[in-house]
Design a binder for this molecule. Structure first.
Ligand SMILES: Nc1ncnc2c1ncn2[C@@H]1O[C@H](COP(=O)(O)OP(=O)(O)OP(=O)(O)O)[C@@H](O)[C@H]1O
Ligand SMILES: [Mg+2]
Length: 392
């Protein structure tokens, strides 16, 4: 876990918002030394603005011999050529401005990845990180929530601890789909963002049954604007540290909160149906994800209502999106019926083809997921120029 060195508690609290949960704060270099003497797997030390530049460079010099695989991140109130030059000379690779919380988060994550590349998985990071699975579509009504709850139930079936986070913050309906009336929602976490930990967040969860919990969306649509992306990040990190799986339902748009979720996502399920507007929007969404370099190689395309005869085939969609279909689900009255009765299809009819497809998806996501597999050979090719390039 990271260690933050800073003697100013207010400043330390605001930097902590950008750092992983479990980050240790120490007030000075002396305390850092005694902390490090007890720990062998610290992957990064963050030196807050209170640590003098000279003290930081002396520490860096020393650590290059004693802890060569522990990275140092230097946080300064203001960046200057002098700061960069001194840091470089001392072998400090990352220098970030105090206000640049995204930059700090990235530097720390890079340090974790480098540490793991050298030493193998860190016991305090990945071992305690449940898998985050985000269900997304740029189009409304295609079955995102249906997929979310059924997938979560499938993942929870063998006792794994699963939490559903409803990030459709204006119109979330995970709770009602599971016939739950939540007493609390994510909005109540806003006030306590800076000090948020699992003991607080736990009180906001609603239990479904077995090992499935949900963190419900606000009850009022306008509450969405009061939920900052930084809170979403903290909530996701807290939940992932305490559940085996965190399944995130989303709104059909790239709002800031959903983009934040993508940043924390391990596996992304993209839900499409066989209609031209949906596929067109999905193509734009995939291009946006590419542009932002989000969940690359971790996307799983699911075709819902894939049996509908509407002139567009699954192979067309694969070709247009240049992505294999991971799973297809047919249209079934039983699905809508199950939703309306608050008992999702996987519970109401475990042997239904949709339930089987959801379980297959769950197995794929639970394992070392390989995003999608091509449809059977001989499937009809896409028409050229539908929404762009034909698959080569
Ligand atoms: N395979 C299916 N067969 C029949 N009905 C389905 C199927 N999948 C979803 N539905 C129904 O379609 C409706 C919309 O599904 P759902 O709420 O999951 O979509 P959504 O993408 O979450 O919508 P929104 O964007 O509004 O949140 C629901 O009534 C659901 O029961
Ligand atoms: Mg929905």
């Amino acid at each position: 876990m990271p260690v933050l060195v800073d003697s100013d508690p207010t400043r330390a609290a605001s930097l902590m918002a950008a750092l992983p949960l479990g980050t240790q704060v120490v007030p000075g270099i002396e305390q850092l030394d005694s902390w490090m003497a007890k720990k062998t797997d610290e992957y990064v030390v963050v030196l807050g603005p209170d640590v003098e530049l000279e003290a930081a460079t002396i520490l860096a010099d020393r650590m290059s011999f004693t802890r060569p695989s522990t990275a140092l991140v230097l946080v300064r109130e203001k960046l200057s050529a002098e700061v960069f030059a001194s840091a470089m000379q001392a072998g400090i690779r990352s220098v970030v401005a105090e206000a640049d919380t995204d930059g700090l988060g990235l530097a720390v994550e890079r340090a974790r990845q480098t540490w793991e590349a050298i030493n193998g998985p860190s016991t305090t990071s990945s071992a305690n990180r449940g898998k985050v699975i985000t269900i997304f579509s740029p189009k409304g009504g295609v079955g995102k929530t249906t997929m979310t709850v059924n997938l979560a139930l499938a993942l929870a079936a063998d006792g794994k601890r699963v939490c559903v986070l409803d990030l459709d913050l204006a119109f979330g309906d995970v709770a009602i789909t599971l016939q739950l009336i939540p007493e609390h929602t994510i909005s109540e976490a806003v006030e306590v963002e800076e000090h948020l930990d699992f003991s607080m967040l736990e009180t906001l969860l609603t239990h479904h049954e077995g090992s499935l919990w949900i963190l419900a969306a606000p009850t009022q649509p306008d509450a969405k604007d009061r939920i900052p992306p930084s809170l979403v990040r903290r909530v996701i990190q807290t939940l992932r540290s305490n559940f085996d799986y965190l399944v995130i339902d989303t709104s059909p748009s790239f709002d800031d909160q959903v983009l934040q979720a993508f940043d924390e996502t391990d596996e992304c399920v993209l839900v499409a149906t066989l209609d031209v507007p949906t596929v067109k929007n999905m193509k734009m969404a995939v291009e946006t994800l590419d542009m932002l370099n989000l969940v690359r190689d971790r996307r799983h395309l699911v075709l819902n209502r894939a049996d509908e005869e509407v002139g567009l085939s699954a192979a067309n969609v694969e070709s247009i999106l240049n992505m294999p279909v991971a799973e297809t689900m047919p249209t079934a009255v039983a699905v809508a019926n199950a939703t309306n009765h608050g008992r999702p299809i996987i519970l109401a009819k475990p042997d239904h083809p949709v339930s089987k497809a959801v379980r297959a998806l769950a197995t794929r996501l639970a394992g070392d997921a390989v995003p999608g597999r091509p449809l059977a050979k001989g499937a009809p090719a896409a028409k050229r120029g539908f929404f762009g390039r034909k698959k080569k």
